[in-house]
Design a protein around this ligand. Structure first.
Ligand code: KIV
Ligand code: ZN
Length: 531
């Protein structure tokens, strides 16, 4: 089956004779709307590069009108992508559509994705418009987008709570106006698989020209059914799945890309389709997004959780030793999971370090490589065993903090049971050293108070957590900090052998992100407009 209308290069390697389900990744747009998940341009470029390489068909790179930073990210990703279609999101507003068109202009294949709410509750309370007015908006905005580009996706926001007759009218109008992809999202994660499939069946059979567009699923996970709903939509005829790495996204998140891909791959008997995704990149993609969005996945998360392929109970271990298929429905290798190896030590040189980075999927510029190598040597001096996870944590940390304006220079913490907790701290603020000595209720409180005193700001601490990168008491600590200031929530992280230093650097990393260019107003517009 050839599907030129969505601009995707068909997967020619597939031998299964099944229909292709196109993977539309929205980690950089819907995923980034998750609280505190704001990513830097550099992080977005790295993620987009990996998504492109792993075979994602459409990358939604951002919401260009939301901020200059978003625009720049979409435009740069559009220029760089080798094979994926690059989409920019736009509300049903002329300026949004023009801006999205401008951002994807240099893509090998660009797409404008425009959306409008269709449900009675959104029409009455958010839009204050009648059905007829919305219908007019659909025609006007899709026509405008089509005048800019051939590849236009139209989404009916809150489709699953929209009366079917109105959804059919809107879809018909959007296709007539030139939409090449029709997305019917479960914006609020309310649907069940049966309801969702039924909605697609009805719309696709009742809209006369439904074969002129690819239908798309987009499911949120509020009731934990995003992946099940997405697959039900596919069974009913949708051929595009909108999803995110690790299921990152608004509220409970979106359907997880890795779960959709592996379900289709593993259950070919029940789901006779294929995707163009090279699944061995999934683990790497998951880790990259955890680091960039500062959003860890739970240990028992399907496919990419730390325990997804771990077998703890005696019976399971016994079975696994006899035949892995007793308790494993997919191999760890198929998702790119490599067994932890003791790889590097203090005698490892530059060449070995470079090869190791390549093996782990990192490509660093000369300066970044040099700084990562110095930190690796320092770590190898302090830590007996340096594992792959240590190197990944170190490099992710290095990349995540490369643009920080405020850096830790020196820190000494004195902490006494039942006594004082004091932090003597020196920071480098835009090239100038500033020192303070501050007390707190505990060591971490003293450190955070000291930082606040130097930067003369008091952001609200939303979250603070620490976990270990590997086992052992000499393990690096991974510290996470989430801060809120002026209606913006950002996350920071840092990995260090010393938990207190990691905590200080994670706080600074978050604070530096608060200082970064993206405006609060733009972020607010983005968060309130798109689910
Ligand atoms: O959930 C949703 O409805 C969305 C739209 C913008 C497609 O994210
Ligand atoms: Zn969404």
């Amino acid at each position: 089956m050839s599907t030129p209308q969505n601009g995707v290069t068909k997967d020619s390697a597939d031998q299964s004779n099944t229909e292709q389900v196109y993977i539309f990744d929205t980690t950089l747009r819907d995923g980034e709307q998750s609280p505190g998940a704001t990513m830097t341009l550099e992080e977005k470029l790295q993620i987009a590069e990996l998504l492109d390489e792993m075979g994602v068909d459409i990358i939604e790179a951002g919401f260009p009108i939301a901020s200059n930073g978003d625009f720049e990210a979409v435009a740069e990703i559009a220029k760089r992508a080798d094979r994926a279609v690059i989409a920019g999101l736009a509300r049903a507003i002329a300026a949004d559509i023009d801006r999205a068109g401008e951002a994807v202009r240099h893509a090998r294949q660009g797409r404008i994705h425009t959306f409008v709410s269709t449900s009675p509750i959104h029409l009455a309370h958010q839009m204050k418009k009648t059905e007829d007015e919305v219908l007019e908006i659909v025609v006007k905005t899709v026509t405008q987008a089509r005048n800019l580009i051939d590849n236009v996706e139209w989404s009916a926001m809150d489709a699953t709570r929209t009366p079917i007759d109105f959804l059919v009218r809107c879809t018909e109008a959007a296709i007539k106006a030139g939409a090449t992809t029709i997305n019917l999202p479960d914006t609020v994660g309310y649907s069940t698989p049966e309801d969702y499939a039924d909605m697609f069946t009805q719309v696709m059979t009742r809209v006369p020209d439904s074969d002129k567009a690819i239908f798309s699923v987009h499911c949120h996970n509020d009731l934990g059914m995003a992946v099940a709903n997405s697959l039900a939509g596919v069974k009913a005829g949708a051929r595009q799945v909108e999803c995110t790495i690790n299921g990152l996204g608004e509220r409970a998140g979106n359907a997880a890309l890795e779960e959709v891909v592996m379900a289709i791959r593993t259950r070919a008997d029940a789901l006779p389709y294929h995707t163009g995704i090279e699944s061995t990149h999934l683990t790497r993609a998951s880790k990259m997004v955890v680091a960039a969005a500062n959003s860890p996945v739970q240990f028992n998360k399907a496919i990419v959780g730390k325990n997804a392929f771990a077998h703890e109970s005696g019976i399971h271990q016994d079975g696994m030793l006899k035949n892995a298929q007793t308790y494993e429905i997919m191999t760890p290798e198929s998702v790119g999971l490599k067994s932890t190896s003791l790889v590097m030590g203090k005698h490892s040189g530059r060449h070995a370090f470079k090869e190791k980075l390549k093996d782990l999927g990192y490509v660093l510029g000369d300066n970044q490589f040099q700084e990562a190598f110095v930190r690796f040597k320092d770590l190898a001096d302090r830590k007996k065993h340096v594992y792959d996870e240590d190197i990944a944590a170190l490099v992710d940390d290095e990349m995540g903090s490369a643009m920080d304006r405020i850096k830790l220079v020196d820190m000494e913490v004195v902490s006494k049971t039942g006594g004082v907790h004091r932090c003597d701290l020196t920071l480098n603020v835009d090239g100038e050293a500033k020192s303070v000595s501050v007390e707190g209720e505990g060591s971490v409180d003293a450190i955070f108070n000291a930082i606040k005193k130097v930067v003369d700001a008091d952001p609200h601490l939303v979250l603070y957590g620490v976990d270990a990168v590997t086992g052992g008491t000499d393990a690096q600590a991974n510290a996470h900090v989430r801060l809120e200031m002026n209606n913006r929530i950002v996350s920071g992280r840092a990995a260090e052998p010393d938990t207190l230093v990691a905590s200080a650097r994670a706080y600074l990393n978050a604070y530096n992100r608060l200082l970064a260019e993206r405006g609060a107003a733009a972020q607010g517009a983005l968060e309130s407009a798109a689910g």
